[in-house]
Design a protein around this ligand. Structure first.
Ligand code: ANZ
Ligand code: ZN
Length: 826
């Protein structure tokens, strides 16, 4: 039955436009899944995510709430360009094909999307509006140009993202990557560091792990800027940033970044320096490389004075581990208390002066823990690290030799990409007038179609005519930006657009989005805990700042689902083979080694095709299975036995339906027998439990609740089986929607089960319900009590068995888990 009923009901819902109605009732739910990259096929990981969202959407609709449950495509990005390169298909064609295919797959899963709101970030309408946002940011000073170091592939003449640098080499050319200074577009996310950090406190429906990751990424630290006067030059003092100012008396050198202005000024006058500076540039800029880098330095021949001991002079170096873009681009080195400084001092034979001593253990070098007692530190002697830190900063401020600074690790967001398949940056550069936005009437700046991908570099830069335009102000020949926006920009405002996706005049209307935002349930993978979520939060904050958005924080509740995993298989030659092939080989008696259960991935060939599964077992079985067994936040193991089990359960249910539907109509008996009462109690209880499970996203428990209800229907007196099945249809509709409609229709009900209100448990049957409870004294079970489900602590203490066993003893503490244990500690 399953296969044919799926398409039957999908068509019926579609024709009746059951899920498109976006009337905004008072009570709304905006249910959003992180939208996918259209890579071509849906895998089981996607399916789990989308089925979860669908359960919520259907559940809330049944409560009479307006539900926005949209789907779209994060459609720009590099894979499309790679496909173009490898297969000679235009990125747009490749992307559109994939979208069509994945849309069909989602539709065949019966997910109740508000398809009216569908969008793809590569739609002209979408990036048109995004260009307006860019210009608004530019006008508000939130988009700006800055020179920064990039990874440069000297063979392909192109900038590489950090993830395109593999072992210090370009991923495609294999050439050693160089550091290159390039002017690019940035978003000023650092203006919002403080706000983005403090608002995390209010995101109390986000997983704690994600909140911590966001806090760490923003990385607030308090420290000091310290001035070091030159011992041998009248130039203004050198500014140094430190987070450990209390170690100042342990300073034995000062080091500058190769790009530090002072170094640049002196480069010509110091022999050997230009070569050293040049050699510093030949390394990638990613953090790992810098941490593990072999430390190298160049003595500048100059000294500075210690701020509190002017007679003490300190040598100044240029060092390859000092970053130009962090702090002031200069440090004081304290080898006794910092690993990098220690490595550097060992290499350069510099003194190591310990000033912090751990209290209850022998000091090791370097001692990098920020606790202990200060010594050999003048007025700081005897103070703890924290006391000394406050004292030394006060002294620096009093003597005007430094000041307290709050720093954030967060850097401004570089949004330029030297790529074709992205949103063109709507800016024009005129030699006389500088950078100007493309005038509104000339938007959108569209991508030219006649481009080739067979030569390295940026096709937009190479295109014969595209970049040449007149200056919008003086009409002189000028050039447009040939960079496109980082695709993270596309995905950082799509949830605004979904609320108002047809708006041709603006990215969105403030009033319209205020009816829907914030998103009530945002569901996606933990891999987006930092970048995507932080960028999306930033864009909301920025849009709020310029008055466009009604909210600062876009996502009220965040849920990160676990991964879908599968066994891995190796054939006799040690090659990964997919589960289907493995089964075939095993059946043929060939050797197959079963490997660990890991996240489904193409590289390990352990992905199961959704279409095969739906074909073989039915869509509803697939939907039911993917939510069963493990809680949604945990990883889920896809097994053949599991999906077969679900398919068998649904076949059993179909048989039950046939039998019940065939029963003659009979009036319910007047008096309620023991059996009847048991059935009605089970129905009421299932209603209550299932409702709670869905509200709390305990979807695996929801599935077991449905199994329990089917059992209750089987055991119910015949006169109550139809009522039971009707209830089942309603309660099961969110997860097995096609079968639910089928049951509803077979029972002779008109309309869609999806348009009936969510059932409410009959209080009468809940009150009489009893549960079994282990009564313990000091953790030892003394009796199993049968008590009303809503019995309170007091009720239990008054229970005859409890009284008898406790006797004179009064419990000191009571541990009470309703429906499970009642433990009295005496
Ligand atoms: C002196 C000192 C003594 C430091 C000590 C640490 C330990 P975190 O804490 O990771 O935020 N630093 C400052 N500017 C730098 C730059 N441009 N490039 C490389 N390193 C730089 O890093 C702050 C510490 O990193 C600062 O505190 C500084 O070294 C170094 F026992 O100052 B510290
Ligand atoms: Zn001009």
């Amino acid at each position: 039955m399953s296969r044919s009923i799926a398409s039957k009901w999908q068509k019926a819902w579609h024709d009746a436009r059951v899920f498109e109605k976006m009337t905004t009732a008072e009570d709304k739910r905006y249910i959003l899944m992180m939208f996918p990259y259209p890579s071509g096929t849906l895998h089981a990981g996607h399916a789990r995510n989308y089925v979860m969202g669908d359960v919520l959407a259907r559940f809330h609709r049944a409560h009479g709430r307006s539900v926005l449950h949209p789907m779209g495509w994060d459609a720009f990005g590099l894979p499309a360009e790679n496909a173009a390169l490898q297969k000679g298909i235009h990125p747009a064609v490749w992307t559109r094909q994939n979208i069509a295919q994945m849309r069909d797959q989602l539709k065949s899963l019966g997910i109740s999307y508000t398809w009216d709101a569908e969008l793809a970030t590569c739609d002209r309408d979408y990036y048109h509006q995004q260009q307006k946002i860019f210009i608004a940011f530019f006008e508000a000073g939130l988009a700006f140009r800055k020179a920064s170091d990039v990874n440069w592939d000297p063979v392909e003449h192109t900038v590489l993202a950090n993830e395109q640098v593999v072992d210090g080499r370009g991923w495609r050319s294999g050439a050693l990557v160089e550091k290159k200074r390039l002017e690019q577009w940035f978003f000023r996310i650092t203006n919002f560091s403080e706000d983005l950090l403090s608002e995390i406190d209010n995101l109390d429906e986000w997983p704690e792990a994600v909140r911590t990751m966001q806090r760490n990424w923003i990385g607030r630290s308090e420290g000091a800027n310290v001035s070091f006067a030159w011992a041998d030059s009248p130039e203004p003092p050198l500014q140094v940033f430190t987070t450990r100012p209390e170690t100042l008396f342990g300073a034995t050198f000062v080091a500058l970044a190769a790009e530090h202005p002072w170094v640049q000024r002196h480069a010509k006058t110091v022999s050997g320096l230009p070569d050293f500076v040049h050699s510093c540039r030949q390394t990638a800029t990613d953090a790992e490389t810098l941490a593990t880098l072999e430390k190298r330095g160049f003595f500048m021949g100059h000294h500075v004075q210690h701020p509190f001991q002017p007679e003490r002079t300190i040598p100044v170096y240029v060092a390859n581990f000092v970053l130009a873009e962090f702090g002031t681009g200069a440090i004081f080195g304290c080898p006794a208390h910092d690993q990098r400084d220690y490595d550097f001092a060992m290499k350069m034979h510099l003194p190591i002066v310990p000033v912090v001593f751990p209290e209850d253990q022998a000091p090791t070098l370097p001692w990098t823990e920020p606790h202990g007692v200060l010594a050999d530190s003048d007025f700081l002697n005897g103070l703890s690290v924290m006391e000394a830190r406050a004292r030394v900063i006060d002294a620096l401020e009093e003597q005007q030799k430094g000041e307290r600074v709050v720093r954030y690790a967060l850097r401004d967001w570089g949004v330029s990409r030297q790529r074709y398949w992205g949103c063109p940056i709507p800016m024009i550069c005129c030699a006389a007038c500088g950078w100007l936005p493309v005038p509104e009437q000339d938007l959108p700046v569209t991508l030219p179609e006649d481009v080739s991908f067979d030569t390295p570099g940026n096709p937009l830069e190479r295109h014969a005519t595209w970049k040449h335009v007149p200056c919008p102000r003086c009409a002189a020949p000028a050039e447009r930006a040939t960079d496109t926006l980082d695709t993270f920009v596309d995905s950082s405002w799509y949830f605004f657009r979904f609320c108002d996706s047809k708006n041709a005049a603006a990215p969105f209307d403030k009033k319209t989005v205020s009816e829907w935002l914030p998103v009530d349930h945002y569901i996606g993978g933990i891999e987006h805990a930092v970048l995507h979520l932080l960028y999306a939060r930033f864009v909301s904050h920025a849009l709020h700042k310029i008055g466009w958005s009604p909210v600062k924080e876009p996502f009220r509740r965040l849920f990160t689902q676990g991964m879908v995993c599968h066994e891995t298989y190796e054939n006799a030659d040690g090659k990964w083979v997919n589960p289907k092939e493995a089964a075939r080989l095993q059946a043929a008696g060939a050797r197959v080694t079963v490997g660990p259960v890991i996240k489904m991935s193409k590289s390990k060939d352990n992905v199961v095709g959704l279409e095969d599964m739906a074909e073989e077992h039915g869509v509803d079985a697939l939907r039911l299975f993917i939510l069963s067994d493990s809680p949604p936040e945990k990883d889920f193991e896809w097994t053949d036995i599991g999906i077969r089990g679900c398919a068998r359960f649904l076949r059993g249910l179909e048989e039950l339906i046939e039998a019940v539907v065939a029963l003659p109509e009979r009036a319910a008996p007047e008096n309620e027998s023991e059996e009847t009462q048991r059935a009605l109690r089970a129905y009421a209880k299932a209603t209550q439990d299932i409702t709670r499970c869905i509200e709390r996203l305990r979807l695996n428990t929801y599935v077991s609740g449905l199994r329990g209800l089917v059992r209750a229907v089987r055991e119910a007196p015949e006169a109550f089986q139809k009522t039971g099945l009707a209830l089942l249809a309603q309660l099961a509709a969110p997860v097995v929607p096609h079968l639910a409609e089928e049951i509803w229709e077979r029972l002779g009900h008109a309309g869609f089960v999806h348009e009936t209100p969510w059932p409410v448990a009959d209080e009468r049957w809940l009150q009489n319900e009893t549960v079994e409870l282990a009564f313990q004294i000091n953790g030892k079970t003394r009796a199993i009590l049968t008590v009303p489900a809503d019995a309170s602590e007091e009720d239990l203490l008054a229970h005859a068995d409890v009284q008898k066993r406790l006797g004179e003893q009064a419990p000191r503490k009571i541990i009470f888990v309703a429906g499970k244990i009642f433990n009295c500690v005496v």
